[in-house]
Write a protein that binds this ligand. Structure first.
Ligand code: NAD
Length: 480
């Protein structure tokens, strides 16, 4: 049988120690893999490469398509780009999967029955990284939620639940506020959930959902959410299992996949040989399942559970009373190896499905909707404070076809009929709509812009207002 060729990077800080430990366990388990090693991270950054990765290292990952990565250190300042973000985007790793499980009573936690999986959209949302300073006082970051991005991650979550025998998928959004962006994510969740009637589904508003995760994580099974919420909630969930040092993470794309520990390079304890290799090992177990090496994955996971259960613990999880033996990285590694082939007695042993197939069809573009121009928002940089004054300045821009219908400041309607109490910045959204129930044409927009320039109005950007299939698809002013 051909060996699976994978790319491995030992990373920085405790990276080399925990990667050596992980590879030793993989080898002892009989995993059918062959390794190509690359260098990424601090050394590459400091050699003058601001991306932290060389062309040949990219080639290795793209050829092998499976990458096991130890944590890296991103040097502070100096324009160094986050290699983790670059990897996810460049390789199209759209799904981030983080199982968060508690190992009560062997690892101290307040949540004895926790066993959830967070599935986070990994490429878009506020992490598209599109930011602009527009006025002295206001900077904008664009939150992009796409139909393909949402469909892919939500379908992945339901397929994950189906393949791994999970009963429920929960969606977290903030669509009571972000009705368009988070509203789309929620809507697509409902659409896809209907294709999986055997799996329970529910939606929570993210704030109360996150609070519930922190307090009663046992009520959740699989949780899917947009990028930023997933980033925050998955760290909370990992931490409350007892230690971030125990969690692994998979980043899955259509062709490539990257597996890692949740935690960072822990520079404070680097070189001391005391780090817990469990997080990276958990990433490696997910990798073995991804490669179809389920026997090795099962063997390692059960041996690891037994080692935890035997109370053989590294310093980060060692507790007098619960733990039996304080061990260093090497001793822990050898304990796991000597348990290969054995099952845990109290913790639930694992049995992975062979030939698990995820049914993830390629995204099919939908037929374009009927798109109708309904108006335009002019965003204006103006240092005054009275919206009535601004409305008077904008009057000369009106004509028989278009008129000013509303001004907002940070989303709150301040004209007409604003409140004196509303605090205003120098960033104003001025909405123009057809006058007298008429229509607005695309050619009206440059005319409006030219008039704004003539009247010294500082327009920093415009945003067209559309109806799609007759439904107005833009936010109203708060208070409108
Ligand atoms: P960290 O996760 O490295 O450390 C947080 C705390 O947990 C520290 O006290 C550390 O000693 C401890 N810890 C972490 N992993 C451990 C392990 N396996 N065994 C025992 N203890 C462990 O987070 P940080 O200190 O915020 O970040 C350090 C560096 O790691 C930074 O440069 C950061 O950018 C980088 N980082 C990299 C990744 C990645 O490569 N995926 C992820 C997060 C942070």
């Amino acid at each position: 049988m051909n060996k699976h060729r994978i790319t491995v990077a030992k990373g920085d800080g405790i990276g080399p120690e925990i990667m050596d430990a992980t590879l030793e366990i993989l080898k002892a388990s009989g995993a059918n893999i062959e390794i190509d090693e690359i260098e990424v991270g601090e050394k590459v950054y400091l050699s003058g490469n601001t991306s932290g990765i060389s062309e040949s290292a990219w080639d290795s990952i793209r050829n092998n398509k499976v990458f096991l990565k130890a944590p890296i250190t991103t040097p502070q300042g100096g324009g160094y780009k986050s290699l983790n973000v670059s990897m996810r985007k460049a390789l199209g790793l759209y799904a981030n999967i983080r199982p968060c499980v508690s190992y009560h009573p062997f690892v101290k936690t307040n949540h004895s029955k926790m066993d959830l999986v967070i599935i986070r959209e990994n490429e878009e949302d506020l992490y598209a990284g599109i930011e602009h300073q527009q006025t002295d006082e206001v900077i904008q970051c664009l939150k992009l939620i796409s139909r393909p991005g949402s469909e892919k991650i939500i379908r992945y979550a339901f397929e994950f639940a189906k393949v791994y025998g999970r009963n429920k998928v929960t969606c977290f959004t903030k669509d009571n506020i972000m009705k368009q962006t988070d509203g789309l994510f929620h809507k697509i969740f409902d659409e896809i959930a209907a294709e999986y009637p055997e799996i329970e589904n529910e939606h929570w508003i993210i704030d109360i959902g996150a609070a519930k995760v922190a307090d009663h994580p046992e009520v959740f099974d699989v949780i899917v959410m947009p990028n930023l919420y997933g980033d925050v909630v998955s760290d909370i969930a990992a931490q409350i299992t007892g230690s971030v040092g125990l969690g692994g993470s998979a980043n899955i794309g259509e062709t490539c996949a990257m597996f890692e520990a949740i935690h960072g390079s822990a520079p404070m304890i680097a070189g001391q040989g005391i780090a817990n290799p469990s997080g990276l090992l958990q990433g490696a177990v997910m990798m073995l399942n991804h490669l179809g090496e389920t026997d090795s994955a099962e063997k390692i996971q059960n041996a690891w559970l037994k080692t935890l259960e035997d109370g053989i613990h590294t310093a980060d999880i060692f507790k007098e009373g619960t733990s039996k033996q304080l061990v260093n990285t090497k001793e822990f590694t050898h304990a796991v190896i000597s348990n290969l082939g054995l099952l845990p007695a109290t913790l639930k042993g694992v049995s992975y499905k062979k030939d698990a197939v995820f049914n993830l069809p390629k995204y099919v573009k939908k037929a374009p909707k009927n798109k109708e121009l309904k108006g335009v928002d002019l965003f204006v940089h103006w240092n005054g404070s009275d919206a009535n004054e601004l409305a008077a300045m904008l009057c000369p821009l009106e004509n028989d076809q278009i008129s000013l219908s509303m001004i907002t400041n940070r989303g709150i309607k301040v004209w007409p009929d604003g409140f004196e109490e509303t605090f205003c910045t120098d960033h104003w959204r001025c909405r123009y709509k057809p006058a007298n129930m008429g229509k607005i044409n695309y050619s009206d927009i440059p005319k409006l812009m030219n008039l704004a320039i003539e009247h010294n109005i500082d327009v920093i950007k415009t945003e067209n207002l559309y109806a799609f299939d007759g439904v107005d698809s833009f936010s109203l002013g708060q208070g409108q």
